[in-house]
Design a protein around this ligand. Structure first.
Ligand SMILES: CC(=O)N[C@H]1[C@@H](OP(=O)(O)OP(=O)(O)OC[C@H]2O[C@@H](n3ccc(=O)[nH]c3=O)[C@H](O)[C@@H]2O)O[C@H](CO)[C@@H](O)[C@@H]1O
Ligand SMILES: C=C(OP(=O)(O)O)C(=O)O
Length: 420
């Protein structure tokens, strides 16, 4: 298994191109099931999760071409196989996003339950209840969601989500485009990836109002057609490189990153003493002086993203003073804490809150993590640490960070991949 070796202590400086967002690309690819296409997605990142979604869509009978040099994904054809098997779904939870489109278009779907993962139990009850409100009949048997639309069609409805869910909003939004009549999604997630999906669906011919708000109205029954759509830049990748500039005391220009997509991450970084400036090509992030501890609580967008919590914690390990970090989205998203502590961090945690007391310096160590953002938080810690850090289980990073070691090396990090 590949590992990453870092020799820390070098301030990073230069330009980092921000890739298309994994969490936008995955639902956008699933939207390819709604039309014969082709749906052409530009600014497509080269990531393990994109390869998994490609495999799943091909399994359903679609043609998917990923031109990595041109950074485009072309998706065409109509599903001939309506089952999403456990073998693929277990690799990536976002596979469940094929449920709404398959059911809405073909009147039936059988999708493996995704199960939990390292960060929490992650049920899909909101996806299922929402589809039932659109008229679907759903049973769970042998670990599969068996869904049927009576008469082959879903019917529009008013769905009030009891809790904000990114994935459930996406599944329901896609299904509603082909349902008969009007659907209203109330307390919908407002993440930029949802707006990106809605914009793409509009380009395909869907009628959606309220984009960017927590109330989406969809006039269903449209026939969706071919479209070309650019995938929004990855705000979590941008936030991660912002932390890389900050933790090393350097300056990075994040090409393509957008301030409005960082939500409160930019405000918190400024509170911690980091300059975040918007330019016409992206964001410039600079740390001139010392870092200060600043508290955060994760929340749905535009609040502080849970997908930035581990990276921010790495930053706070070397800030002056203490910071309290509270995770409200996932029940088990502190798996990076013991590994950061092995590098000399001072962290106490109880339940959903961690108190981080900054230390002057971390020290390099062999570490490993069990999920994507925890893994990258260890890379950040390694960039700031004295000596050598080896990050094991690099495959987690490959799920969501395109060419992470090449991008970091190009701005001055001493980092290399050690083939396993
Ligand atoms: C591929 C993708 O875009 N993944 C993102 C997406 O995940 P994902 O779409 O899985 O996250 P959700 O927004 O659905 O989850 C938010 C919370 O709601 C709970 N929940 C969700 C659905 C449901 O049916 N029942 C339920 O209880 C979850 O367990 C979690 O506690 O949003 C998360 C929250 O911003 C991010 O961390 C993930 O990176
Ligand atoms: C948790 C994440 O992804 P997923 O929902 O695909 O597990 C993430 O991107 O940090």
């Amino acid at each position: 298994m590949d590992r990453i070796r870092i020799r820390g202590g070098k301030p990073l400086s230069g330009r980092v191109p921000i890739s298309g967002a994994k969490n936008a690309a995955l639902p956008l690819m699933a939207a390819g099931l709604l039309a014969d296409g082709p749906l052409v997605l530009t600014n497509a990142p080269d990531l393990a999760d994109i390869a998994t979604m490609t495999l799943l869509l091909r399994h359903h009978g679609l043609q998917v071409e990923h031109d990595k040099a041109a950074r485009t994904l072309s998706i065409s054809g109509s599903a001939t196989e309506l089952e999403a098997p456990y073998d693929i779904v277990r690799r990536m939870r976002a596979s469940v996003l094929v449920l709404g489109p398959l059911l809405a278009r073909h009147g039936r779907a059988r999708v493996s339950l995704p199960g939990g993962c390292a960060i929490g139990t992650r049920p899909v009850d909101l996806h299922i209840k929402g589809l039932e409100q659109l008229g679907a009949e759903i049973e769970i048997t042998s670990g599969y969601i068996e869904a049927r639309a009576p008469g082959g069609k879903l019917r529009g409805a008013r769905i009030i989500f009891p809790q904000v869910s990114v994935g459930a909003t996406e599944n329901l939004l896609m299904a509603a485009c082909l349902a008969e009549g009007e659907t209203e999604l109330v307390n919908a997630a407002r993440e930029p990836e949802i707006s990106d999906l809605a914009m793409c669906l509009m380009r395909m011919g869907a009628r959606i109002e309220g984009i960017g708000t927590d109330r989406l109205r969809v006039e269903g029954g449209a026939t969706l057609l071919a479209a070309t759509h650019p995938i929004v830049p990855d705000r979590i990748e941008a936030g991660t490189y912002a932390c890389a500039a900050a933790i090393t005391g350097g300056q990075l220009h994040l090409e393509g990153a957008r301030l409005e997509h960082l939500g409160s991450v930019a405000r918190v970084l400024r509170d911690a003493g980091v300059d975040v400036a918007e330019t016409h090509t992206g964001l410039t992030v600079t740390r001139r002086n010392g870092l200060r501890g600043a508290d955060v609580m994760t929340e749905p967008f535009p609040g502080f993203a849970t997908d930035m919590q581990a990276q921010y914690m790495a930053l706070m390990t070397v800030a002056e003073g203490a910071s309290m970090i509270t995770e409200t989205i996932f029940e088990n998203r502190f798996m990076h804490v013991p590994e950061l502590m092995r590098m000399g961090a001072r962290i106490n945690f109880h339940g959903s809150s961690a108190i981080v007391r900054g230390v002057p310096r971390l020290s390099g160590a062999p570490v490993m993590a069990t999920d994507l953002r925890a893994s990258v938080s260890l890379v950040l810690a390694g960039l700031a640490a004295e000596g050598e850090t080896i990050v094991n289980r690099v495959y987690h990073l490959d799920r969501g960070y395109e060419s992470v070691e090449a991008k970091l090396a190009s701005v001055g990090a001493e980092i290399e991949r050690l083939p396993g």
